[in-house]
Design a protein around this ligand. Structure first.
Ligand SMILES: Cc1cc2nc3c(=O)[nH]c(=O)nc-3n(C[C@H](O)[C@H](O)[C@H](O)COP(=O)(O)OP(=O)(O)OC[C@H]3O[C@@H](n4cnc5c(N)ncnc54)[C@H](O)[C@@H]3O)c2cc1C
Length: 221
């Protein structure tokens, strides 16, 4: 998964599922970039050479385990302290939403503090505002963690890539219909209607018909 960074470089993430101590047990010298790249390349033997170039040409390489809190994680309110960002809802990066959620937390928390501080009884009001903020955070975090978790399972699949791309796009759309407009730059007026018809519980053959319409609409073909 290559990602352009602000300085013009490209960060490439390759994801594999292994036991937690797998990288540690390889006993590789962390300075030996070529040895690390070889281990990664071996994991992707037989993949398209164009994709493997991303690994071959990397100037750095390291193993990092990914952690997540359980989906729907909450905590008891404690006066005087709250959490935002990854501290509140660390999740894997498969929906690419962690920073967005963290920035939204910061905005919502600042609103809660301003509202509480401006009320006639600021101490109680602030405490109540923070409780409401946390309740809302739990809902938003659960939605995003659910999406992240669904996408996590889709990233490790066997089968046709196209079917997974559609599923990933659809999952993003279901959580935030504006997503497609942002990535396609198109005004997709029919999309909400099409999405409302996606019968996830029906057999694949029925579902694929509607998915094709969705993909046509956003002109991914
Ligand atoms: C591979 C990967 C790709 C990702 N891609 C995306 C993406 O495309 N889009 C997206 O929205 N999100 C993405 N994320 C998630 C995103 O990076 C995080 O959600 C975000 O960085 C969380 O911000 P934060 O400020 O809450 O925590 P952090 O960025 O972890 O910041 C916490 C800071 O606190 C510091 N700290 C820790 N302990 C202490 C201490 N005791 N004293 C002082 N300082 C301390 C840490 O050093 C760190 O600087 C990705 C994450 C990963 C791992």
């Amino acid at each position: 998964m290559p990602q352009y960074l602000g300085d013009g470089s490209i960060e490439v993430g390759v994801y594999i599922t292994q036991p937690h101590d797998w990288a540690e047990n390889l006993s590789l010298n962390t300075q030996n970039i070529e040895a690390i790249k070889k281990v990664i390349l071996d994991e992707f033997e037989g993949w398209a050479p164009e994709l493997l170039q991303f690994i071959r040409h990397s100037q750095n390489a390291e193993f990092r385990p990914l952690y997540m809190l359980p989906v729907g994680w909450t905590w008891e309110n404690r006066p005087g302290v709250t959490l935002i960002g990854d501290a509140a809802h660390v999740m894997t990066p498969f929906a690419g939403q962690g920073v967005n959620l963290g920035m939204q937390d910061a905005m919502m928390l600042s609103r809660a503090i301003i509202k509480g501080a401006n009320s006639p009884a600021p101490k109680d009001a602030l405490s109540n505002e923070i409780k409401s903020f946390e309740k809302d955070l739990f809902i938003r975090a659960k939605e995003t963690a659910t999406l992240t978790n669904d996408l996590r399972t889709m990233f490790f699949f066997s089968g046709l890539l196209r079917s997974v791309i559609e599923q990933v796009v659809l999952h993003h759309c279901l959580l935030s219909p504006g997503f497609i407009e942002i990535i396609s730059g198109k005004n997709v007026t029919r999309l909400p209607h099409l999405l409302s018809q996606v019968p996830f519980l029906l057999p694949h053959a029925f579902r694929d018909h509607i998915l094709d319409d969705v993909i046509d609409e956003i002109q991914f073909k």
